[in-house]
Design a protein around this ligand. Structure first.
Ligand SMILES: NC(=O)c1ccc[n+]([C@@H]2O[C@H](COP(=O)([O-])OP(=O)(O)OC[C@H]3O[C@@H](n4cnc5c(N)ncnc54)[C@H](OP(=O)(O)O)[C@@H]3O)[C@@H](O)[C@H]2O)c1
Length: 345
């Protein structure tokens, strides 16, 4: 009986919700203290371009996805000048042509790639001034809304890195300063040099280490949180099976190796079960959980095809009962998912 109810709900209710989602306007939030208004759901464009050896997705479909996202009220678009060696910015530029005001463009800089290999960072002021001009040309715009070093290191004093972005803000080439994947101490330091509008950071049911210090620091300082990797490299989609295909890039990370993968997939069964009971997909619950962590937290989700949009937009409407939240927080407590990814903290 329960099973047939679930099937009915899935057949009728889920497509209906997805249909409504395409017509729903996404809620807007202020990014950081008195910050710019952005959609509560962001579109990550990285996987539309070949990065880390990933496939190059269909360009027309990628552009159509960005445009449909804008039509649906998702204005926050995330790219990086090193995503596909500029390919990603060119793509975003094509998608927003003629509708600049519909989009809020977030760009990361500083990573130096040779093919699929990351060689390191270049955060010298002279390099940043070079990067920004290339980004503006590729994007076909005069100002980048949010500009952020993709990481920080000790090769260049942080005052010089942030000071350079502050100069770009004065010049009108950039509107707001962001940071990405840094520590709580670094966040305080950067914010003392120039107000930080947003922190871009990996966060999901599978990666919760930032809850102890970085998230409270961002909240205290009034900095918006742009949370990526909500599906934890696909682990939380419920679609992953062991063993992974031989060519999967996941093999590099201990989280997806041997016993770790088997145990981690057992945990995902709990998410799959809850998704089934609620009539949603595990991905929707993974996004909804991030969304529920605070009004200042934006789930930033990669979508390379239009078909992803209704499902992920609908996830923004999902609420959890206290019991459901407790179940998720218990089974996916910090450290419950075994092994590392590139999000080393
Ligand atoms: N600051 C940083 O260091 C950093 C690092 C990584 C990423 N980012 C940014 O954050 C964005 C998101 O990060 P991410 O790509 O690592 O994580 P993600 O959003 O969890 O995406 C991972 C994968 O999930 C797939 N997906 C999306 N919706 C789905 C659904 N409803 N069902 C099943 N699969 C679904 C996407 O596939 P498709 O592509 O096929 O649609 C994508 O390949 C990136 O685009 C990038 O802009 C920032």
């Amino acid at each position: 009986m329960k099973e047939s109810c679930y099937r009915m709900r899935k057949l009728i209710f889920v497509p209906l919700i997805n249909k409504i989602a395409t017509m729903t306007t996404i809620k807007k939030i202020a990014l950081g203290k008195n910050g710019p208004l952005v959609s509560k759901l962001g579109l990550g464009c990285m996987r539309m371009s070949p990065v880390w050896g990933g496939p190059k997705n269909d360009e027309n479909e990628s552009i159509a996805t960005i445009q449909q996202a804008l039509d649906s009220g998702i204005n926050f678009l995330n790219t990086g000048d090193f995503y596909g060696s500029g390919h990603n910015e060119l793509l975003v530029g094509k998608a927003i042509k003629g509708r600049r005001d519909d989009a809020f463009i977030s760009v990361k800089f500083g990573a130096i790639f040779y093919g699929n290999q990351m060689l390191g960072l270049d955060l010298r002021p002279i390099a940043i001034k070079n990067f920004i001009n290339y980004s503006l040309v590729r994007l076909g715009i005069d100002t980048i809304d949010l500009y952020q070093p993709c990481r920080l290191d000790n090769s260049v004093p942080v005052e010089d890195v942030i000071g350079t972005v502050a100069d770009l803000i004065k010049e009108g080439k950039v509107r707001h300063l962001g940071v990405s994947e840094i520590t709580a101490d670094q966040l305080r330091k950067v914010n003392s040099i120039h107000p930080v509008t947003a922190l871009e950071i990996g966060y999901s049911l599978a990666d919760r280490q930032i809850e102890s210090d970085l998230l409270p620091t961002a909240k205290e300082l009034g900095i918006g949180v742009v949370a990526f990797a909500n599906t934890a490299e696909g682990l939380l989609t419920g679609e992953m099976k062991a063993p992974l295909p031989a060519n999967a890039y996941h093999h590099h990370f201990s989280r997806f190796q041997g016993d770790n993968l088997v145990k981690n997939l057992e945990k995902v069964e709990i998410l799959k079960q809850m998704a089934k009971e609620k009539g949603y997909t595990p991905t929707q619950l993974a996004i909804a959980w991030v969304n529920a962590q605070g009004d200042h937290i934006m789930p930033l989700v990669s979508m390379s095809r239009r078909s992803r949009l209704p499902e992920n937009i609908a996830a923004m409407e999902i609420a959890f009962t206290p019991d459901e939240m407790n179940t998720l927080n218990t089974h996916f407590s910090a450290g419950a998912i075994l092994g590392e990814t590139y999000l080393q903290r």
